[in-house]
Design a protein around this ligand. Structure first.
Ligand SMILES: [Zn+2]
Length: 152
């Protein structure tokens, strides 16, 4: 059923890789896990911001291990479904742009090592991205950010 597997990535430890061809627009996987507010969240473990004060904790499944890229081959479409932004070949690492989910005022960011030519150098909150980048990411934003910045 699933066309992706967990493997060790040269660039950032564990990652999720295609093991079969994936067609542009196809759903790759869906993010799941316990829903936390910031008081409940365990920020020392895997978590994904999904709302102003809402987080998705670890599912212990593949979705916990999808790495960031500034030029990803995956993006969120219609909620927490990661879809292929282009055709993906077996062996390619699946990535998404963390800027399409994170939007914390106090997120310090971390250095990006995605390695693409257009790498922004730093993974930061959506609010701290340049306007042109925000506009480019718009179609793949989590719903709460689409509503917050673009009215839905
Ligand atoms: Zn990068």
């Amino acid at each position: 059923m699933t066309k992706v597997v967990l493997k060790t990535s040269v660039s950032h430890g564990k990652g999720v890789f295609a093991c079969e061809p994936i067609t542009q627009g196809e759903r790759i996987l869906t993010f799941t896990g316990p829903v936390w507010n910031s008081a409940q969240a365990d920020f020392s473990t895997y978590h994904l911001q999904i709302g102003e004060d809402l987080y998705l904790g670890p599912s212990a499944d593949l979705d916990d291990y999808v790495n960031h890229s500034c030029q990803p081959n995956g993006g969120f479409d219609d909620g927490l479904h990661l879809v292929a932004l282009r055709d993906i070949l077996p062996g390619e690492e699946i990535t998404w742009d963390y800027g399409t989910a994170i939007d914390e005022a106090d997120f310090e960011g971390f250095p990006c090592q995605c390695g693409v030519l257009s790498c922004r150098g730093q993974v930061v909150s959506f609010r701290h991205l340049p306007g042109a980048v925000q506009e480019r990411l718009r179609p793949w934003l989590l719903p709460y950010l689409k509503v917050k910045y673009f009215g839905g």
